[in-house]
Design a protein. Sequence first.
Length: 280
Amino acid sequence: MEDVEHIEKKMKLIDENGLRLDGRKPEDMRPIRMEVGVLKRADGSAYIEWGGNKVLAAVYGPREAHPRHLQDPTKALVQCRYNMAPFSVTERKRPGPDRRSVEISKVISEAFDSVVFSEQFPRASVDIFIEILQADAGTRCAGLTAASIALADAGIPMRDLVASCAVGKIDGVVCLDLRKEEDNYGDADMPVAMIPRTGEVLLLQMDGHLTLDEFDKAFGMVKDAIGGIYEMQKDALRKRYAVTAEEFSDLPEQAPPERRAPPEREAPPEMPPEDGEVPQ
Ligand code: ADP
């Protein structure tokens, strides 16, 4: 054990020029690309690539909540299932829910529960599925960011978009958006989700230690980063839905809504039970 700690402490994460393993400065984020409306059968969907993370989010609802005894007559349930694919990490991950994914699903559900206007849909559920296809630290932030635009794509009424990013400390320096090695061998990691417009914090977790001054610095950094991610989210939604004046005039005339055929859709999957692991 002592040897492992010794090796971990010796791993240099910041070089003599103050640059990180991938050449980033402490305040730099990894490249982010996001796209809305990538799945045909979900009500809303989004895909995000964030550094080495590849994450898909799908949303169903509002629809009648099942099982019925879970229905709330005053509001909709906002349920999230975060899942890591077995091939998303270097060593094959055992499929199915584990303690970590149950925890992440819970904190993400709670974050969205406070922005969705759930009172408008009594006895219903809004189901959010987050699939981690490739993981490189910061997957809950990437998942939250993608799920937020997937909810907007599904037309779920919300107070605003939610954006998320992590900040941490490596080699004693406060740094934004840690990658896997920095997360593993660093001193602290703090994922944060906010409503960027109001600055309201919907999720804040901490793994490791920060002093009060470091926390203030870290929080300022992550708040600015979240503001930038919010702009990317809005751009991705505009890209999906914006129509130029020329495109608008080129659109074929549509039949009135009541005569349009309903969209083709298969029965969406139910939320799986939370307890009990899926056998291998
Ligand atoms: P986050 O992905 O939100 O940062 P963690 O801090 O718990 O969440 O995980 C950091 C990273 O550790 C993950 O992104 C992933 O790359 C890796 N990891 C997590 N769980 C496993 C696992 N069961 N097997 C292998 N790697 C994992």
